[in-house]
Design a protein around this ligand. Structure first.
Ligand code: PMP
Length: 359
């Protein structure tokens, strides 16, 4: 049987997608070979990649999709922590918001390339909230404002992005990409590792606005240059074919669910059931600031901390796995990305009630 997999990433994928992949794996579209055995420059794979790009553009930017170039990179979301400043900072200044470990890593890399102004940080309360900012908090001469949309480890998420003028935003959307309907047109770069909402690990997507791409540095090592990657249609080297192929199916699955609006409605419902169950029972203490709670990663500890291992063991016996919190926070984290089924949340809510009653 399959378990209810709360893993933070790599994470659960839609079961129907896994079945589809299994059914076409040995003999893709009557080629007599699988998609991972043919050239990444074959027309069959190029079609998969083009389809994938079109759907991503549509879901992310709707009518503005023509303004963005979509790139596929290896090196994970993390490679963009240095590629963004390397391509765009040019020894200038950028504003960064420090909302957790992933933002901190991006800040560290950016300091190699220019002046980094950390405009706000929630480190004072172990990253349990999203700092509120006014227009006057930003540097007038910063090239961009960098933020992390969803803080996978701490369970916080932006529900409204800060407004900036005279600069564009850059966003790490690794753990909430395509989970809700957003207007992203004032983002110059939207990037994400694939392994939560899109595909298995092995590829990161970068959507870069064409005016921002035009500003990128020219003379960089080819593999580190957004311009070169775009000019080579993301194929300067061999494409990571498998995750791109799976992503293409996951994007079709999103359409089958009713598109991003329906995905968002499902995600809101799942998060609401889970948070309200945790809020109602004294044993559970959600750790994120109420108004900044993530719809994707639900973090909580037990008021009787000594029961943590027992909780995890009993959850596993009931087929709820992947719940251990990140090593830097402890406690529990239920990652409930797009593909996590509602039925699993309902059953988990029952488990939470029973465990609280018995302990
Ligand atoms: N940003 C966020 C928000 C993440 O959650 C992660 C991975 N968990 C990363 C960046 C790093 O992703 P990758 O491992 O693909 O480099």
């Amino acid at each position: 049987m399959r378990v209810y997999n709360f893993s933070p990433g790599p994470a659960t994928l839609p079961e129907s997608v896994l079945i589809k992949i299994q059914s076409e794996f040995l003999n893709y579209h009557n080629l007599g070979a699988s998609i991972v055995e043919i050239s990444h420059r074959s027309k069959d794979f190029l079609k998969v990649m083009e389809d994938c790009k079109n759907k991503l553009g549509e879901y992310l930017f709707s009518d503005a999709k023509g303004q963005y170039e979509i790139l596929f990179l290896q090196g994970g979301a993390s490679i963009n922590f240095f590629m963004i400043p390397m391509n765009l900072l040019k020894k200038g200044k950028a504003d960064y918001i420090e909302t957790g470990s992933w933002a901190k890593k991006a800040i560290k890399e950016a300091t190699r390339y220019g002046e980094v102004n950390v405009v706000a940080s929630s480190a004072d309360k172990n990253f349990s909230y999203i700092p509120k900012l006014e227009a006057s908090d930003f540097s007038p001469d910063a090239k961009y404002l960098y933020l992390c949309s969803n803080n996978t480890i701490y369970g916080t998420q932006y529900h409204d992005f800060p407004t900036v003028s005279g600069k564009y935003k850059v966003g790490d959307f690794s753990s909430d990409i395509l989970s809700r309907k957003l207007d992203l047109t004032d983002f110059g770069i939207v990037f994400a590792g694939a392994q939560k909402n899109l595909a298995p690990a092995g590829v990161a997507i970068v959507a870069i606005r064409k005016d921002v791409l035009a500003e990128c540095e020219e003379d960089l090592p080819t593999m580190c240059s957004y311009k070169a990657i775009a000019a080579h249609n993301s194929q300067f080297n061999t494409s990571p074919v498998f995750p791109i192929y799976v992503m293409n199916h996951v994007l079709d699955w999103i359409a089958e669910q009713g598109g991003i609006s329906q995905i968002e409605a499902n995600n809101r419902k799942k998060a609401e059931i889970l948070y309200s169950t945790l809020d109602d029972l004294e044993l559970y203490c959600p750790t994120a600031n109420f108004e900044d709670r993530s719809l994707m990663n639900v973090t909580f500890v037990l008021s009787k901390e000594e029961l943590t291992q027992k909780f995890l063991d009993e959850a596993a016996k009931n087929h709820f796995v992947g719940l251990k919190g990140h090593r830097s926070v402890g406690g529990m984290r239920a990652s409930i990305y797009n593909a996590f089924p509602l039925e699993g949340i309902e059953k988990f809510a029952d488990f939470l009630k029973h465990f609280a009653e018995n302990n």
